[in-house]
Design a binder for this molecule. Structure first.
Ligand code: IMP
Ligand code: MG
Length: 178
């Protein structure tokens, strides 16, 4: 969909070409860091699906893929950051070199929860690769090993990221009007 056809869009932040070029670079970093090892990429549904498939194609290691889904909610007092697993992985990760693949790291609550959960399953190694990083909104500190783009404090859609489920299919990343 062209950006001009979407009423709520303000501007394109990263074009399809920029995204592809950057993902190739990050895939090369990953391939170099994990030379000779088999990787298990774990995608967080649904936002990371577009990124994970693009990234996986450029990684030069043997790769396995698994997915989990989470749901975030607030408790009665309205405090944010509560996360639970809505769909777990299909396979164990014990002894594997795991890269958790995220669409965006924002406050860090989701990532902290996922890292704690996965670390408890005895992988050989566990790292994080995120498509977007909005570091300015971080509340809990989390390690991010690989990132494609740092973004400003604005809501974005496209390349897997949605707004009320809409627009994950944009081939670019765009900022929504406030
Ligand atoms: P957090 O790091 O726990 O705050 O949560 C990050 C999650 O919030 C991401 O995985 C997205 O699902 C969602 N999210 C945060 N910012 C955006 C955005 O700008 N567009 C779409 N989804 C977002
Ligand atoms: Mg997500």
């Amino acid at each position: 969909m062209s950006a001009s056809a979407i009423p709520g869009l303000e501007r394109v932040l990263f074009t399809e070409e920029q995204i592809d070029a950057r993902i190739r670079q990050v895939a090369a970093e990953i391939s170099q860091r994990y030379q000779g090892r088999t990787l298990k990429l774990i995608g967080v549904l649904k936002g990371s699906v577009f990124f994970l498939t693009a990234l996986a194609k450029y990684i030069e290691n043997p790769v396995k893929i698994d997915f989990l889904a989470i749901s975030s909610f607030s408790n009665k007092s309205g405090s944010p950051g509560l996360v639970r697993i809505a769909k777990d992985l299909d396979e164990a990760i014990e002894g594997e070199d795991v890269i958790l693949v995220e669409d965006i790291v924002d406050t860090g609550f989701t990532l902290r929860y996922l890292l704690q959960t996965l670390a408890g399953r005895a992988p050989n190694s566990l790292s994080v690769c995120t498509f977007l990083d909005r570091n300015s909104r971080r509340i809990v500190q989390v390690p991010v090993d690989f990132r494609c783009f740092e973004i400003p404090d604005r809501f974005v859609v496209g390349f897997g990221l949605d707004s009320n489920q809409l627009y994950p299919n944009l081939s670019y990343v765009a900022v929504m009007k406030p």
